[in-house]
Design a protein around this ligand. Structure first.
Ligand code: NAD
Length: 362
């Protein structure tokens, strides 16, 4: 059955990077029998300009019927003075909440060829391939009660609540175990049960869910140690699963191990595996319209979409190896180009997109 991909380019470089991803999808359709239909929609500033809201009802209706969503990026200086509830970023939060995308997948991958771009020693990071699974819709960012109150002595006190229900832990654990099953079958659950009761429950539920995935080797690590291990010996990890705030911090730290924001895809999944796929970077207004942006994070988001929502593992692998081929050929957009490195060529957004398509077809 034909599956529907909703494409939301958004703002800034969104349109340019999405155009390259579409070239890749078109090549998979024409040469490898991928059976998908693309519909186009609006999100972020572009949606606000056209329909007065960053996640308008028209996009909501499209998102509901799509099997997967591919998003570019949102935001731009021209929207900075808008009221908070219609800013472009609200579009992202809106679609995540609307579709109940609770499982955020953030890979940190570093191709051997780009190891020099990391701030860590090449031998520590070359070939890195970690997947961080972050709970996205619960935990301390959403817990109640929250606020700032005045105590009897007149002093102010700020407070937030870290809460997780068993059902919330169960569903993120299932999501993480399923992903581990598609990878190296090792899952590290990151928490802080030595201090926090909620994390004691987290560990207990993850252990329980783990019984359903006997092939996956489960380990537990405190978040402070996990932060240390990520910068000391990151290649020890396969899949990590953690709550919203710990995941927010660890996934950004892991991303920076790779040294390039233009190379990292992400996914946010619902309970059934429907997902939204997007590069982790923003709309980069400073390079908008200049054919400079790196589209590889978006192209690798398509690979994740094929793997995790559309059940097309072999086509996902084709994209991954086409990207690897292009990097081996020495092609680099400005963000990953290091002047003077032998065998490398500086190329534009569209040139590197064309090269990925050529590698796919070769
Ligand atoms: P940014 O990620 O857009 O840019 C940071 C820096 O990285 C810039 O110098 C930019 O040129 C560069 N960069 C980013 N993506 C690149 C790519 N694909 N290729 C080459 N270089 C790239 O972050 P920012 O500048 O802090 O934010 C710009 C706008 O994006 C803001 O409006 C912000 O709110 C929004 N934003 C959106 C998202 C999202 O859509 N998920 C995420 C972060 C920021």
């Amino acid at each position: 059955m034909t599956q529907i991909i909703l494409v939301l380019p958004g703002d800034g470089i969104g349109k340019e990077i999405i155009a390259e991803a579409i070239k890749v999808i078109d090549a998979l359709k024409s040469d490898f029998g991928l059976d998908v239909e693309i519909t186009n929609g609006l999100i972020g500033g572009a949606a606000y300009d056209a329909e007065g809201h960053p996640y308008p009802p028209s996009t909501q209706a499209q998102a509901k019927v799509a099997d997967a969503i591919l998003l570019g990026a949102v935001g731009g200086y021209q929207y900075d003075d808008l009221p908070r509830d219609v800013r472009p970023e609200r579009g992202l939060l809106g679609i995540r909440a609307d579709l109940e995308l609770f499982s955020n997948l953030r890979p940190a991958i570093l191709n051997e060829e780009l190891a020099g771009a990391s701030s860590l020693k090449a031998e520590v990071v070359a070939g890195l391939d970690i997947m961080i699974v972050r709970e996205l819709t619960g935990g301390i960012y959403f817990g109640e009660p929250r606020g700032i109150r005045t105590l009897d002595n007149g002093e102010k006190q700020g407070y937030n609540t870290l809460v997780y229900k068993e059902s919330e832990i169960e569903r993120i654990a299932h999501s993480a175990f399923k992903i581990a099953m598609k990878r190296d079958k090792r899952l590290c659950s990151v928490g802080k049960s030595n201090v926090l009761e909620v994390m004691e429950l987290w560990d207990e539920v993850v252990e329980r869910v783990g019984k359903e995935y006997p092939e996956v080797e489960l380990s537990h690590m405190y978040v402070d140690n996990a932060a240390m291990q990520l910068v000391k010996a990151p290649k020890q990890f396969d899949v990590m699963v953690t709550g919203n705030m710990f995941g927010d911090i660890l996934s950004d730290a892991a991303a920076m191990l790779t040294g390039s924001i233009g190379m990292l895809p992400s996914a946010s999944l619902d309970k059934k595996g429907k997902g939204m796929y997007e590069p982790i970077h923003g709309s980069a207004p400073d390079i908008e319209g200049k054919n400079l942006a790196n589209p590889l994070a978006t192209i690798m988001s398509v690979s994740m979409m094929l793997r995790y929502s559309l059940n097309q593992e072999s086509l996902a692998q084709k994209i991954d190896s086409a990207v690897e081929t292009v990097l081996k050929q020495g092609l680099r957009t400005a963000d990953i180009y290091v002047d003077g490195v032998a065998g490398t060529t500086l190329v534009s957004t569209s040139e590197i997109g064309d090269a990925v398509v050529a590698a796919l077809k070769s």
